[in-house]
Structures are given as structure tokens and as C-alpha cells.
Design a protein around this ligand. Structure first.
Ligand code: HEC
Length: 112
């Protein structure tokens, strides 16, 4: 809990390029790039900011400013059914990584 408070008080904005993209790169794009299993099934390309914001063929995954209602966090927090949890069949993202993504969305999900 304490770590979360420290992060919330931290004035430095989260950067897509420095903080978010590396998480997706390390944990997601093996499946979520053209030709990958996740991309083929859902249409979600996580290799670029544009791809992330475009979402899947079913709809938007990120709602800027609203991390608590967006599908992305719902899947990453494993609130979805087991077959839909991301990353598929792998270890859950650390709460630290998830908090980083959450804060970035809360700050407006900018291409910064
Ligand atoms: C091992 C392959 C794999 C990895 C790694 C993976 N995904 Fe997926 N992802 C899939 C597949 C396959 C689907 C298609 C939906 C399904 O099969 O249920 C999908 C679908 C999705 C969807 C759309 C779900 C929907 O409701 O349509 C999102 C969002 C998503 N992935 C995010 C991520 C994120 C973020 C990561 C990294 C933390 C990640 N995925 C890692 C395979 C993967």
C-alpha cells in the first residue's frame, strides 16, 4: 500500500515510450503483432501506440482517463474469465507494472 501512495504522489508523468511500451514489448507483442496469435484473433496490435489506441476488432481497450472502466485493465487484473486473462497462459504482470499502466491511462493515455 505504501508503494502505491509514493507513486501517486510522484509528480513525474508516466511516459508511453519509456514506461508503457517496454512492458508490452516484453510481455505482449510476441502474440500481439501482425502474424501473432493474439493479433490474428482479436486484431489488437501492441507494437505501436496507434495500435493500442485503436483497440481490437470488437472495440476500444483503453479509455483515456478511466482506467477503472477500461477493458485493458480488466483483463490485466484478471477480472475476466480464465480464458481471457492476459497475458494468455503466462504469468500475470506485476502489480507494479499494472499500476504504471493504470496511472498512464489516468493521466490521459498520451503518446508521450
Ligand atoms: C501467448 C499469446 C498472448 C500473449 C503473450 C498476450 N496475448 Fe492478448 N490475446 C491473445 C489471444 C489469442 C487473444 C484473442 C482472444 C482470445 O483468445 O480469447 C488475445 C486478446 C487480447 C485482448 C482482447 C480481448 C478482448 O476482449 O477482445 C487484449 C486487450 C489483450 N489480448 C491484451 C494483451 C496484453 C496487454 C498482453 C500483455 C500483457 C497480452 N495480451 C499478451 C494472446 C496473447
Amino acid at each position: 500500500m505504501q508503494a502505491r501512495q509514493v507513486r501517486a504522489a510522484d509528480p513525474a508523468p508516466i511516459s508511453y515510450a519509456d514506461d508503457i511500451a517496454p512492458i508490452f514489448k516484453g510481455r505482449c507483442i510476441s502474440c500481439h503483432q501482425p502474424g501473432g496469435e493474439g493479433f490474428e484473433k482479436s486484431g489488437l496490435d501492441l507494437t505501436t501506440y496507434a495500435g493500442l489506441m485503436k483497440g481490437t476488432k470488437f472495440g476500444l481497450m483503453v479509455i483515456p482517463g478511466s482506467p477503472d472502466t477500461c477493458n485493458l485493465m480488466w483483463l490485466l487484473d484478471w477480472q475476466a474469465s480464465a480464458e481471457l486473462r492476459m497475458p494468455h497462459g503466462k504469468k500475470q504482470l506485476s502489480s507494479c507494472d499494472r499500476d504504471t499502466i493504470r496511472s498512464w491511462i489516468r493521466e490521459g493515455a498520451k503518446d508521450n
